[in-house]
Design a protein around this ligand. Structure first.
Ligand code: ATP
Length: 365
């Protein structure tokens, strides 16, 4: 069910060996990335990792040091910025405060010399799409943050862009509004099908909005995949740590039997069994990781394999779950989330069970 303003000639974006250097700082290093027609691609990573720099090179406000960006196979370096047909929403919205909602939305159409009647029709459509009905004549300065955010979005889509770029568009909103706008943004993307590139450092946003996620650190792409792949099977330490895996053991796969590896930690005598994966083999130096909610505290003394003894050193009730830290005899600290209201006491002696099927084998960066 497509809207009348559906963008039919949406665009496939290819980024090839893209590098951006600012003096001695490499903001983006040799990044290659395909964004399919109609995809919602999120660039996810900590502050300073190069996300905005990539958007700016697509938009045309920055020139790459080397590498290429194409739209449907056509290099964009040679297309003037004003003719790239990109809709952009900035973190601070960059609206004109003393102009009305309708005037702000119409701005891009004025630049493109769209006829008066067409302009009126498109502005009305855009206003409706972002649910700002009846606010067309309001001045921007008299709107709430959430309403301003919608105006910025309407202004970006009213030009029927080939590509929509969103740079942390929800970061200035409070938590509740951010969730609402997230849902609305997702609906809008489903309706319009515009190829969208979204920048955020918020993993929850990335997970809920994206069809694909690209995780970056220090200008380097660490992993590209669906939200399920990224969050369920992070490839390396950086990605796993960034998305909250929390528990890491460095060591070596020393043996293999019955479809399982034997892992030995490098620092001490900790030995664990972990399910086999195709990417690794005996002899590999690896990291084992497990999510806090996958780690179990057990009381059954009969279970011996893959358990570690320790005591509760931190207990933090976080609503529907309790977050514990358990310090083991070997001097390691594990994070464990247990559903429900604080079943264990501070200082209590417990045992941790590391399920071989829930442990993940990953590599260093
Ligand atoms: P944030 O989430 O904080 O916006 P980001 O991931 O978008 O971060 P970028 O803004 O792309 O990161 O910056 C990447 C790196 O390039 C940073 O180290 C930054 O300081 C540097 N950088 C960005 N723009 C310039 C510039 N114009 N001159 C010099 N260095 C720059």
């Amino acid at each position: 069910k497509k809207n009348s303003t559906t963008i039919l000639d949406s665009t496939r974006v290819e980024i090839r060996n893209l590098t951006k250097q600012f003096g001695s700082t490499t903001a983006v290093h040799n990044a290659s990335l395909d964004i399919e027609n109609g995809e919602f691609m999120t660039l996810l990573g900590p502050s300073g990792c190069g996300k905005t720099t990539i958007l700016s090179m697509i938009l045309g406000t920055l020139q790459p040091t080397s590498g290429e960006i194409t739209f449907n196979g056509q290099p964009i370096n040679k297309i003037d910025m004003s003719r790239r047909d990109i809709g952009m929403v900035f973190q601070n919205y960059a609206l004109f405060p003393h102009m009305t909602v309708a005037q702000n939305i119409a701005f891009g159409l004025d630049m493109r010399k769209v006829s008066k009647s067409e302009k009126k029709k498109r502005v009305e459509e855009a206003i409706e799409m972002v649910q700002l009905n009846d606010l067309g004549n309001r001045f921007i300065k008299d709107l709430s943050g959430g309403q301003q955010q919608r105006v910025a979005l309407a202004r970006a889509i009213v030009i029927r862009p080939r590509v929509l770029l969103l740079d942390e568009p929800l970061s200035n909103l409070d938590a509740k509004l951010r969730k609402e706008m997230r849902t609305q943004l997702k609906k809008l993307h489903d309706e319009l099908g515009i190829t969208t590139i979204y920048v955020t450092h918020d993993q929850e946003e990335a997970l809920s909005l994206s069809t694909k996620v690209t995780v970056m650190s220090n200008g380097i792409i660490q992993q590209i995949g669906t939200p399920k792949e990224i969050f369920g099977k992070p490839k390396n330490y950086f990605v796993a740590n960034f998305i909250g895996y929390g528990n890491f053991l460095r060591g070596k796969l020393i043996d293999e039997q019955d479809g399982q590896f034997i892992f030995e930690a490098d620092k001490d005598s900790v030995r664990l069994v972990v399910n086999h994966d195709k990417q690794h083999q005996v002899g590999d130096e690896v990291i084992l990781t497990i999510k806090p909610e996958m780690l179990e505290i057990i009381t059954d003394p009969k279970i011996g394999m893959n358990t570690l003894s320790g005591k509760i050193t931190v207990s933090d009730y976080i609503g529907s779950a309790t977050g514990y830290e358990v310090e083991t005899k070997e001097g390691r600290t594990f994070k464990v989330n247990v559903l429900g209201l604080n079943p264990y006491a501070m200082g209590e002696e417990v045992r941790l069970y590391l399920d071989p099927a829930k442990l993940l084998i990953i590599d260093e960066e």
